[in-house]
Write a protein that binds this ligand. Structure first.
Ligand SMILES: COc1cccc(Cn2ccc3ccc(-c4cc(N)[nH]n4)cc32)c1
Length: 238
């Protein structure tokens, strides 16, 4: 899968993708990430990318021309790609949308604005406008990295442990269970006995109960379409 990122801060993307799961996926050739500096698609000597908003108001707005020139440059190879604009006003990004992007797109262009946003006319050239949450970031780069990271984790072979992607919380419709590792006793804080029992059936049940308990407490909105068994466990918790 190929990601092409349009930004005025390429170093934000380049620094992050070298590490962790993404770094391994890049080294395996499962993923390719190309970053384009929008300033390279300007036509003035100052490489200007923003201007004052028509109609007045605080801050600056990013001009359409660099985005248009960059998008046309990418489209010149006539290969299919999904163009995604990051924005606080976009469609909410979820694990389900990450799965959809992974399944449907061989290549994605992630368009990152800055300042108070970008000229509305850029939206005529994109397929999706996506928000990663109900809060305002300083630009689209972090949102682009969230999308790249969560989509890459779903690509078969990317994690090296197929179970991880499948087991990831949200895939099952509720939050994750608690995790523990050595030491067994840290300043009197002990690992739950059941996890030391070796009884895999008991451990699986304990983990399911804990996951449902966590979900009921922090994200009851996720508790939809539960299986009869999960519903039974949930009722015991209430
Ligand atoms: C457009 O409305 C804005 C109003 C005030 C500031 C900003 C800053 N900003 C610029 C480009 C940009 C791209 C994405 C995001 C963003 C995405 C999510 N989920 N939160 N924030 C924020 C961005 C934008």
């Amino acid at each position: 899968m190929k990601f092409e990122v349009l930004t005025i801060f390429p170093e934000i993307i380049e620094c992050y993708i070298k590490h962790g799961v993404l770094g391994k996926a890049l080294n395996k050739g499962i993923v390719e990430v190309k970053v384009y500096n929008l300033r390279d698609f300007t036509s003035d000597k100052h490489k200007k990318v923003d201007d004052y908003p028509y109609g007045g108001g605080a801050g600056m707005v990013m001009q359409i021309e660099p985005f248009y020139n960059a998008i046309m440059h990418l489209k010149a190879d006539e290969k299919p790609r999904k163009l995604v604009l990051l924005s606080p006003q976009g469609r909410k990004f979820t694990q389900k949308l990450a799965q959809k992007f992974m399944e449907e797109s061989k290549a994605m262009v992630l368009i990152c604005g800055r300042y108070e946003g970008i000229d509305e006319r850029v939206k005529a050239f994109v397929d999706e406008e996506v928000s990663i949450g109900d809060y305002v970031l300083s630009g689209g780069e972090l949102a682009a990295l969230v999308i790249i990271d969560s989509v890459v984790r779903l690509i078969p072979g990317a994690l090296g442990d197929e179970l991880s992607a499948v087991e990831d919380s949200f895939m099952k419709g509720f939050l994750d269970y608690p995790h523990y590792t050595r030491p067994e006793d840290f300043k009197g804080m002990k690992v739950p006995e059941v996890l030391l029992s070796g009884d895999h059936k008991k451990i699986a049940l304990w983990r399911k109960r804990q996951a449902l308990k966590n979900t009921l407490k922090n994200r009851p909105d996720l508790l939809k379409n539960l299986s009869p068994e999960d519903m039974r466990i949930l009722k015991e918790l209430c």
